[in-house]
Design a binder for this molecule. Structure first.
Ligand SMILES: Nc1ncnc2c1ncn2[C@@H]1O[C@H](COP(=O)(O)OP(=O)(O)OP(=O)(O)O)[C@@H](O)[C@H]1O
Ligand SMILES: [Mg+2]
Length: 316
């Protein structure tokens, strides 16, 4: 299947067999224009391999990779001119300052004179490095190196950002800052793909998520689709007095309810998506006389969805 309109990256059944026998794949993902795509999966599951294939840094053993409709392996130069990349373990010449690193990158992207200066200032500001701009990178902390690496990817305002573990080692304030920068980038119609282990981070930033496990894609979709669709509905109920066995049993018998967990005067009801069970739960609670204080719908966290998925794959 070829890239359709609005699609920036297409990876279809990518398999990479390394010389030492290690194998990754089949991995598939689709990234649309303006997406903030979070690529998640445990260590060694193939995230970096996939991103490197997208950059044209490695040749897939089989499968298809298209970026802006091009084969990145064959047209690496053209593809790379449209994207910014922050590698997993950024490494800069220790004697250069942050400003110099960004200037070199800007020059490589064809910027000169005032345009270059303005762009470097813009990125220093975006990444929160203004006050460290003239310090040697060799003396930078891990989080500062990471910010510089993201900055380097941002130089020249490319159409696509590919960031391998951008939050690694960055403090909470820095994370908020980076999240805002990436959201802003996507608001202007640019596309962001990032890998991460930190599902909480992914959940807050990504509009689309791809999950790899044991080298294979196990889930892909819009973040809302994944979080709403997975695991059904979850209703949290708080009562004035702890509910008795009778009412718990009555709730358990409601059509669509899969499980009920009780903890003191709070109940969690798990149901499938076939019926909205909220009215029925409220009715049972009110009738039992234990007093309805609160009833709200919760959706599972990405971490819960992922763990559930991992368990299913493990069983299959
Ligand atoms: N250059 C290489 N030579 C041989 N095997 C490799 C190479 N690069 C990656 N692999 C193997 O491919 C598999 C996937 O590795 P990859 O780095 O893509 O995973 P990852 O999802 O990025 O992991 P992490 O979360 O640790 O960064 C691993 O089994 C790894 O050993
Ligand atoms: Mg990796």
């Amino acid at each position: 299947m070829a890239l359709s309109r609005g699609e920036v990256i297409l990876v279809e059944r990518l398999v990479k067999r390394y010389a030492d026998g290690g194998e990754v794949g089949p991995i598939s993902l689709r990234v649309g224009k303006g997406d903030v795509y979070g690529f998640v999966g445990p260590n060694g599951s193939g995230k970096t391999t996939t991103l490197r294939a997208v950059l044209g840094l490695l040749k897939p053993t089989s499968g298809r990779v298209e970026v802006f409709g091009m084969d990145p392996w064959r047209e690496a130069k053209r593809v790379n001119s449209l994207l910014g990349y922050s590698p997993e373990l950024p490494n800069f010449p220790a004697f250069l300052s942050a400003r110099q690193v960004l200037e070199v990158t800007g020059k490589l992207r064809g910027l000169r004179g005032e345009d270059l200066k303005r762009e470097v200032e813009r990125v220093l500001d975006l990444t929160g490095l203004v006050n460290h701009a003239d310090r040697r990178v060799g003396n930078f902390s891990k989080g500062m190196v990471q910010r510089l690496s993201i900055g380097q990817a941002l130089i020249g305002d490319p159409e696509l950002l590919v960031l391998d573990e951008p939050m690694l080692g960055v403090d909470p304030v820095g994370r908020v800052q980076i999240r805002e920068v990436l959201r802003e980038v996507s608001r202007t119609g640019k596309t962001v793909v990032f890998s991460s282990h930190e599902l909480y981070e992914v959940e807050r930033l990504a509009t689309r998520v791809g999950m790899v496990y044991l080298g294979k894609t196990v889930m892909e979709g819009g973040i809302d689709e994944i979080l709403n669709g997975a695991g059904g509905l979850r209703v949290r109920v708080v009562t004035r007095v702890a509910p008795g066995d009778g009412v718990v049993e009555a709730i358990r018998r409601i059509e669509g309810v899969r499980d009920v967990r009780v903890e003191g005067n709070s109940l969690t009801v798990f149901s499938d998506n076939s019926t909205d069970v909220r009215d029925a739960i409220a009715e049972r609670i009110v009738l039992s006389g234990c007093g309805l204080l609160e009833l709200r719908t919760e959706r599972p966290s990405l971490e819960e969805v992922f763990m559930e998925r991992v368990r299913t794959v493990g069983r299959g």
